[in-house]
Design a protein around this ligand. Structure first.
Ligand code: GTP
Ligand code: MG
Length: 488
């Protein structure tokens, strides 16, 4: 006869179940009953894993919790779980926990509550109570005085119940499921997207849905408090969750801007933020001042895509955003969660993969250039550059001697940003060098308007490229408005 554990899904690879409970609650008996074999004998001091050749399931027994020392025991269990969950291999994670409580207990004691709370941090999905399910089991056959035999009960049911709560990433990995995050370009190295929007707009839910995994906490009462970067396994994409914009919105936007500015100031293009998603709920009837300001701010640094979240019925918000926020590159309506309506109809997630594909279209040129340069380094260009620096060396003017290493660095970085060895590239580099020297030597304030004017005067229609390069000097992304262009 097959053991109750045979009812655990066997199509997912190895599944690991942790078993915890007070000392003497019956963990060992349960383990043996589930395996249908006397595997466990002694109560362990440290977590111990039991396996069976016929079933791809491990049950990990833990030290029994004693009231007088429960914090230490629970802490040890938590450290063990933390260690397991930190593995990149989903089959090394703990996938579910069985917390055993003896039927005779009239209440859930503080030590059991504590362990449930601790474990839930590592094995729980959003919007659910900490305990997913409660089941009463009878592990042993017991003969009563009158000869009546109480048979084991609900052991197979425990296995089946556990199947329902196995983590999505385990299932995704087994089914090689196409999580939306896979639709991002994977040939550019690390891509970073910042996700912003009003409080409760669905930012964290969107991040989880993209990865197909509950990474960020979501839901009312789970307000995101700080900027946090999420990435998962082999996908070269980080989604950066932010605190929801609320009453003190200017302050919130300021915090986001400081973070963005810090990232964009890095010399490594893979540390920059490459696009922003601004989430607005579908229910919203207009674009508020706060959202307009965050869009405006982010547009200085990167392409902004507005994500209309909690997609339900199209009431024209997409058009309103396009009209009121011309800086926005694209607007897309998404549904991050699957929702069952009252009549049983299930609304499935929508447009998540499309959001990733859309974002691919607006990734910055410098990121793409760096990736493409790596593929085909241009030799002759390096030689030309050396000549160029030598020429520089010969300049004996006192002013130019004062030029510091920073300018050289700027030029070097600028060169790596240029995708191909077009004729005008050296010309642009020379131009940057010239301007930076002038600014440096005369200690001039670097003013946006001034640089725009000079760049257009010198470089004419190569201005877009120049704008990017000039970011290295100024740390600002110069976006010309149509009016500015006309003026010039
Ligand atoms: N039906 C539905 N509900 C959603 C969707 N996205 C988010 N929600 C719900 O909206 C609520 C808030 O979602 P969160 O993802 O926590 O929102 P957030 O923007 O991260 O919130 P803060 O971090 O507090 O700013 C949760 O109850 C979600 O379940 C969606 O696509 N459909
Ligand atoms: Mg959040």
């Amino acid at each position: 006869m097959s053991a109750p554990l045979s009812k655990i899904r066997n199509d997912l690879g190895k599944i690991n179940i942790l078993i915890v409970g007070k000392l003497g609650v019956g963990k060992i008996t349960l383990i043996n009953a589930m395996f249908g074999k006397e595997l466990a004998i002694n109560a362990p001091e440290k977590p111990i894993e039991y396996t069976h050749e016929n079933y791809p399931v491990s049950i990990i027994d833990t030290k029994g919790i004693e009231f007088n020392n429960y914090l230490k025991t629970i802490n040890d269990i938590e450290n063990y779980v933390k260690h397991c969950q930190s593995s990149n291999d989903v089959h090394s994670h703990i996938h579910a926990a069985w917390v055993c409580i003896a039927e005779g207990c009239s209440r859930v004691e503080i030590d059991v509550k504590e362990v449930i709370e601790k474990l839930s941090k590592y094995m729980i999905a959003k919007n659910s109570p900490m305990v997913k399910a409660v089941i009463r089991v009878q592990t042993l056959s017991v003969q009563l005085d009158d000869g009546y035999v109480i048979k084991p009960k609900n052991l197979e049911e425990l296995a089946k119940l556990t199947n329902e709560y196995l983590p999505e990433d385990l299932i995704n990995a087994a089914e090689n499921k196409n999580v939306p995050i896979k639709a991002f370009r994977s040939d550019l190295g690390k891509v970073n997207i910042i996700v912003t929007g009003k409080l409760g707009a669905g930012k964290s839910t969107l991040i989880n849905a993209m990865f197909g995994k509950e990474l960020a906490k979501t839901g009312w009462g789970e307000f995101t408090q700080e900027i946090k970067e999420y990435s998962c396994g082999e996908y070269p994409v980080s989604l950066i969750d932010t605190k929801g914009i609320y009453i003190d919105f200017r302050n919130d936007i300021n915090d986001i801007e400081n973070y963005v500015r810090h990232c964009q100031s890095s010399n490594d293009v893979h540390s920059h933020i490459h696009a922003a998603w601004v989430c607005i709920e579908e229910m919203t009837s207009h674009v508020g001042r706060d959202i307009k300001e965050v869009i405006e701010m982010l547009s200085k640094y990167m392409s902004v895509i507005v994500v209309i979240t909690k997609r339900s019925i199209d009431q024209g918000l997409q058009k309103i955003v396009q009209r009121e926020c011309p800086m926005v590159k694209a607007v897309i309506r998404v549904m991050a969660l699957s929702v069952q309506l009252d009549d049983g109809y299930v609304v499935k997630p929508k447009n998540l993969e499309e959001l990733a594909k859309l974002t691919n279209e607006y990734l910055p040129e410098d990121l793409i250039n760096v990736a493409e340069n790596k593929k085909a380094p241009i030799q002759q260009d390096d030689e030309k550059d050396d000549d160029y620096f030598q020429e520089d060396e010969e300049v004996s003017d006192d002013y130019f001697k004062k030029e510091d290493e920073k300018v050289r660095d700027i030029i070097k970085q600028a060169k790596t940003k240029i995708s191909s060895a077009k004729e005008d590239d050296n010309f642009i580099i020379s131009g940057i060098n010239m301007i930076s020297k002038i600014l440096n030597v005369f200690d001039l304030e670097i003013e946006k308007e001034f640089i725009i004017k000079i760049s257009i005067a010198i470089f004419g229609d190569t201005e877009t490229k120049f704008k990017k390069l000039i970011m290295f000097i100024t740390g600002i992304n110069i976006e010309l408005t149509i009016e500015q262009k006309k003026k010039l």
